[in-house]
Design a protein around this ligand. Structure first.
Ligand code: PBG
Length: 331
């Protein structure tokens, strides 16, 4: 009898059939883990394609409900709204962010009426509204922290009053979570949640997003004085700790795939709902490869999303959300 040549443990046994693979799967991916970012634009008519993001559009208010309907029907818990503000409404102080009838507020009111069960996430930062493309206001060429935070507080209240459920500050100013929490509370908006872009890196992967919102052409310089250096991880933990301390209900790591190690560390250290943003550049990269037949679309989408879940993410903001939800519902 030959004994030594048989491995006692054969990990392939559990991989042999679909049913055992399902039984031993350590991670799950469901529709509940998906958040869909949407670009809203001024004007009516057919949605306009975003050239750098195959399959992604900017949608006017007249088509917004129809555009969002599949997400609501599939049971996607929340969508994230981003405005393509007309250039003539942009100025150095980003005052359109405070207009109670700006694109986001109009979209929020409309969507709350149509889909009361759908969570609405509002990005708080000034870059869609400033003519220089920065997330705060400039003083002598530098993004001024405390003055920017004062405006962001008002921007957050403006959005929450219009029906935004989750304020998502993406500006990376210091102290903004605490200030926004206090501003919301003082308006009686005690149940408005805050999902902070806690660890947001100064990344090349936001390029297509800035193209989509028209903040690219506008952007003077880079965002390295407020967004994080891709070299750092300990600093990400400090950012997250501060934001939780200041009242964040959920935190986010951004971009996604190149920063899975950060998601892992944040999730393990803080045990707070941690979200990942599979950003525009990641989408562009994947969708372009898929369009050219270089990557299998369905498997590629689900594998990247599973990767975020495996790293510890509670959910993922992804431009693939509706497609992924369709695949997941189909089973
Ligand atoms: C705005 C903001 C950005 C993104 C989300 N909110 C761009 C930036 O910081 O320049 C990027 C999202 C994406 O690339 O998909 N502060």
């Amino acid at each position: 009898m030959i004994t030594g040549s048989f491995p006692t443990t054969r990990l392939r046994r559990n991989r042999r059939d679909g049913w055992t693979r399902r039984m031993v799967a350590e991670t799950t991916l469901s529709v509940d883990n998906l958040i869909w970012p949407i670009f809203v634009r001024a004007g009516d008519g057919e949605p306009t394609p975003v050239a750098t993001m195959p399959g992604v559009v900017r949608v006017g208010l007249d088509r917004l409900a129809a555009h969002v309907e599949p997400a609501a029907r599939l049971g996607i818990p929340a969508i994230a709204l981003f405005p393509a503000t007309p250039p003539e409404l942009k100025n150095p102080e980003g005052t359109e962010a405070l207009n109670p009838d700006n694109l986001i507020c109009q979209a929020a009111r409309l969507l709350k009426r149509e889909f009361p069960e759908l969570g609405l996430i509002g990005d708080v930062a000034l870059d869609p509204y400033t003519d220089h493309g920065h997330d705060g206001v400039l003083r002598e060429g530098y993004v001024a922290n405390d003055e920017s935070v004062e405006i962001l507080e008002r921007q957050a209240v403006n959005q929450a009053l219009a029906g935004i459920d989750v304020i998502a500050p993406s500006d990376m100013m210091d102290g903004r979570i605490g200030s926004i929490r206090a501003a919301l509370d003082s308006e009686g908006l005690i149940d408005t949640r805050i999902m902070s872009y806690a660890a947001k890196y100064a990344s090349a992967f936001y390029g297509p997003f800035r193209e989509a919102l028209g903040s690219n052409a506008a952007l003077k310089g880079d965002k390295k004085t407020y967004q994080m250096d891709p070299a750092n991880t300990d600093e990400a933990l400090r950012e997250v700790a501060m934001d939780i301390d200041e009242g964040a209900d959920m935190v986010m790591v951004k971009p996604g795939m190149p920063y899975l190690d950060i998601i892992r560390r944040v999730h393990e250290r803080f045990a707070v709902p941690t979200f990942a943003y599979q950003v525009s550049g990641e989408y562009a990269m994947l969708a372009t490869a898929m369009e050219h037949g270089l990557l299998d679309r369905e498997r590629g989408i689900l594998e990247t999303l599973m990767g975020f879940r495996r790293a510890g993410a509670a959910g993922v903001l992804t431009y693939f959300a509706v497609e992924a939800a369709t695949l997941l519902r189909r089973g």
